[in-house]
Design a binder for this molecule. Sequence first.
Ligand code: SF4
Length: 210
Amino acid sequence: MPTTRERLLDLHAELSGCRACPRVVGTPVHPSAQPARILLVGQAPGPREASLGKPFAWTAGRTLFGWFASVLGADEQTVRRHMYLSAVTRCFPGKAPGGGDRRPDPDEVARCRRWLRAEMELMRPRLVVPVGTLAIAEVMGHRGGLAEVVGTSHRLVFEGHRADVIPLPHPSGASTWHRMEPGKTLLARALALLAAHPEVKRAFGPRRKA
Ligand code: SF4
């Protein structure tokens, strides 16, 4: 009987060969095959992640890991070990005509869902952390403003599995939401909820200096 890690390795091998979306640029990105009970769902990789070989490897990642360091006292490597960094789509969508990264289109989101579904099935996470409006819409079905959900915690069924869900804004430099009110206060509330979650406490232990 293969272990979860072995099944994740097989899944990643299959994912790496996926070329289902003609508009995307580069190859699929996935984290290391380290099973975790906390699953973070980003939007899509940026232009550098495929060559660097891991999700959140550039500026958005620096902000994201900075948030976690501030409440968990954990460095990037520790966060990557205990949090599986998934995404709504796994390939860089390319640049948008008006600048910034293109938001994945609904067909790409639908095609890429199979990987997230498989990861949910394999790891059955206790906590799911959707990051940004697209991931929040996919995980929670919430298509309203960030201020309505960031800073709240939910228990819901996602891909057939019951999990706690704590949404975060996207740490992209293109977004100012988390740097201005009410975003700053709501982000702090969301991070406090995250730090207090039993699965986070179990994984990261008592807070220590990063
Ligand atoms: S975005 Fe997802 S479905 Fe589309 S090619 Fe990349 S891995 Fe495959």
